[in-house]
Design a binder for this molecule. Structure first.
Ligand SMILES: [Zn+2]
Length: 512
């Protein structure tokens, strides 16, 4: 007996076996139960998601000898004939091959004769978007006034190509891509029934490469168990399909994050030398980036094995969302270019070097600009104060303090508590927080002034702020600043005003 493909062997036999399309199944079941079946249906959605299976089961439900029923018996002649595609009342037409006006004409000719062994004459037309405009027009006439015993079930992967005149005469159902989670359950069930030994890594690969199409998933599973005698690991599958091992994908992702161009080029060379397909490698890398991106947003959205989830979790912080979009976009372009040119290795190299370039999205760019502006302001400020010497004013003050403390170890100690603040690029402010420190500052002010002028070749003003003495400690510079008089005050002691004058400035006093 010849081998029956898994996709055929595990084709859904009843409504409940159709994966992921409960929203459609429910309405169709209700229509059957309530006897509200209409004459034309249009199923749209991606390939391999169950449209044709749904149409066949629907046909069985309507024509089963024990029907119409939501649970076709699958054992009566009508059910068996429909399953084998040999029913004389159920016609399956592939729009892609019977797209001519003549085929549709003969179909329509046939429509007017009543069914032979069943309740309904059912036309299942797959890939209906492929038929010609003339054929559509011919079909339209029948859809406008279908004989009571005729039902059309049309399926399409491209609903946008169906003329509006046809669309408006059909009940339309949109089929969904099969989620990774549902697909995993379905694949595991089949593996179990068939006693295959397929590891989680391999199931991951099957799910990722089938793009939500159950038919594609089962075709990959078919190929792998056929070649590997029912025992398949992820690495077997990668070799079989020409996929690069996950550790290489993962390590080149790290290199891209680091911008390690040399390592990236070495890896590409290794992939080529080991005989892997470069275009397949770029496709896998793109898929990998997509998974990390999703994982970085919410790792509960993706359905992958625990091992692979760990890899994704370790890498998800390495790129920003904006950068993921950029990388995935560039990898898509690379794949597109590789399809049309014969320099695949060069294209891979160019694009991978490109995506390893540093990237700033708007948010991080704005932060960076803020940071730079702040830097420039500080730099400008300090530079003016200290001439062309790039030392900050704090460092200069520390040097001055050190020098004075060297010579006056005990008596100069209070100077350590003197706070220093910049008013603007030409003014500095010394702040004493108590009388004792203030007196100490006065004692050394000539020296301080001299040392400042030595170090800074700029004339600058100085404010000397004195705490009102009741307040022993000022918490910080700005606390004091808020309590300052705005202008020079008559009550400021004369000797302080003199000091201020030496600095070509005015003295201020803390408000009482
Ligand atoms: Zn039956």
């Amino acid at each position: 007996m010849s081998y029956i493909g898994l996709a055929r062997k595990f084709r859904p036999k009843n409504f409940d076996e159709i994966v992921e399309q409960d929203h459609v199944t429910k309405i169709i079941k209700n229509a059957i139960i309530e006897n509200r079946v209409v004459h034309s249906y249009l199923f749209s959605g991606p390939r391999g998601c169950g449209k044709t299976s749904m149409a066949r089961i629907f046909a069985k439900a309507l024509n089963c000898e024990n029907g119409p029923t939501v649970n076709p018996c699958d054992v009566c002649k009508n059910c068996i004939d429909i399953s084998k595609n040999s029913s004389i009342d159920v016609f399956e037409i592939d729009g892609a091959s019977n797209n001519g006006i003549d085929e549709i004409r003969s179909l329509i000719e046939n429509v007017k004769f009543s069914s032979i062994n069943s309740r309904y004459k059912i036309y299942i037309i797959d890939e209906i978007q492929q038929i010609t405009i003339q054929a559509f027009n011919a079909l339209l006439k029948t859809l406008e006034e279908p004989p009571p015993h005729v039902i059309f079930i049309m399926a399409t992967t491209e609903i946008n190509k169906i003329p509006i005149t046809i669309l408006s005469r059909c009940q339309k159902y949109k089929f969904k891509l099969i989620s990774a989670q549902k697909m995993r359950i379905a694949i595991k069930k089949i593996i179990n029934v068939e006693s295959f030994d397929v590891d989680d890594d391999a199931i991951d690969i099957i799910i990722r490469h089938s793009d939500g199409s159950m038919r594609d998933a089962l075709t990959i599973l078919d190929q792998s168990v056929f070649l590997k005698d029912k025992k398949v690991t992820g690495d077997d599958l990668r070799k079989l399909l020409g996929f690069v091992p996950i550790d290489i994908i993962s390590s080149i992702t790290d290199d891209i994050a680091k911008g390690d161009k040399e390592s990236i080029l070495v890896t590409i060379k290794k992939i080529v030398d080991d005989g892997y397909s470069v275009i397949q490698f770029i496709k896998d890398l793109k898929l990998h980036f997509r998974q990390i991106m999703i994982c970085s947003i919410n790792d509960e959205i993706i359905d992958v094995s625990n091992e692979y989830r760990n890899i994704l979790s370790n890498q998800k912080e390495k790129f920003s969302t904006g950068n993921y979009l950029r990388i995935i976009n560039l990898l898509s372009k690379a794949i597109e270019e590789m399809r049309w040119n014969d320099q695949q290795i060069l294209t891979a190299e160019v694009y991978l070097l490109k995506i390893s370039e540093p990237y700033y999205d708007i948010e991080s760019l704005v932060n960076k600009i803020d940071f730079i502006l702040e830097d420039i302001n500080n730099l400008k400020f300090n530079k003016t104060l200290i001439g062309n010497n790039f030392k900050s004013i704090e460092i200069i003050w520390t040097e001055i303090l050190d020098k004075i403390l060297n010579e006056h170890q005990l008596s100069a100690q209070p100077l350590k508590r003197i706070l220093i603040d910049f008013v603007n690029e030409f003014e500095i402010k010394f702040i004493a927080t108590n009388e004792f420190d203030y007196e100490c500052f006065l004692k050394f002010y000539e020296k301080i002034l001299e040392l400042f002028r030595e170090k800074i070749n700029t004339n600058f003003k100085v404010y000397i702020n004195i705490d009102n003495m009741k307040k022993n400690v000022a918490k910080n510079v700005s606390d004091i600043g808020e309590n300052l008089y705005k202008d020079g005050n008559e009550s400021t002691p004369e000797h302080i005003q003199k000091i201020a004058k030496d600095f070509e400035s005015i003295a201020k006093k803390i408000k009482t």
